[in-house]
Design a protein around this ligand. Sequence first.
Ligand SMILES: *Cc1c(COP(=O)(O)O)cnc(C)c1O
Length: 354
Amino acid sequence: MQITVKRAEQLKPHPPEDKLGFGINFTDHMLNLDYDTASGWHSPRIEPYAPIVMDPSTMVLHYGQAVFEGLKAYRTQGGEIQLFRARDNIARLNRSCRALCIPELDPDFLMTSLKELLRLEQAWVPGAPQTSLYIRPTVIATDNFLGVRASDTYRYFVILSPVGAYYAEGFNPIKIWVTRRHVRAVRGGLGEAKTPANYAASLYAGEDAHKHGYTQVLWLDGVEQKYVEEVGSMNIFFVIDDEILTPALNGSILPGITRDSVLQLARHWGLKAAERDITIDEVMQAHSDGKLQEVFGSGTAAVISPVGELKYDDQQITIGQGRVGPVAQRLFDAITAIQYGKGDDPLGWVEKIN
Ligand SMILES: *Cc1c(COP(=O)(O)O)cnc(C)c1O
């Protein structure tokens, strides 16, 4: 498929690199691709970044048939631009599509078109330490119809946003709130798909946590509310008795690429790392036995997010004196070194765009 390119007549000023924030500024161009049953995915085009005009009956607005991804492009010290495990994001996008009855896209074409968009927008990849260009591929259902069924037409688009250093003032261990009042996802539902519905389902508990002074919610399983699942938009890790533990993927947990990177790197280093069912009681017990060494989240935005405090019912525990633990620090340093091309890439995760 030939990608047509229509350049923006006027380019936007770039915001200062120390004031980027997250997801606030968008670049000059976006990538669009359409689907209909007769032609399949067709008409790939890079166009000026612009609003998507929709009929009010557009299906995605009513029934939430949509999926998305989140990944980043990084500028190396030598000025090159590289992606981290982008093919894994593309594979996950297609798995999410399958879960929501959206026709899958050709992974090679997604990679080629993403690189082409990034080459055009390369001046937007910031160079200050720990900054990056966030990439948001999205698919939405576009039939104008109010009946409930899978749409016959779709739009795939990619937008780009320069984002600031997540830890501009150094690591800041977060406080998390374990909820039993709400659940995020259940086995057999949409938990393992990256879809807006999961975020809609998480808002109420998130607001509740904020009101009580906590940054994020730690979700328990949707059936027994006994097993730990994940945190907001991150997967969760525990270091108990020198073993790195994370909940096994059970159908309701989002299979994070950072999660997988943590497991692969830890094993590569010869550390003990396991995926299994973990109850919240086991975590609280490990803490009272003095064996809970570290808790941290993993995700593309923050890479590693140390947890300094955890609240469950009336129990409130402080982890590692509220400071960053050695495992979290080592993983953060190693993963960011790979992403920014500062360290070797022992597992072959990096791909340059040129
Ligand atoms: C995206 C996401 C994650 C983290 O996945 P990464 O691939 O590591 O960024 C974790 N949980 C949820 C619910 C997510 O949407």
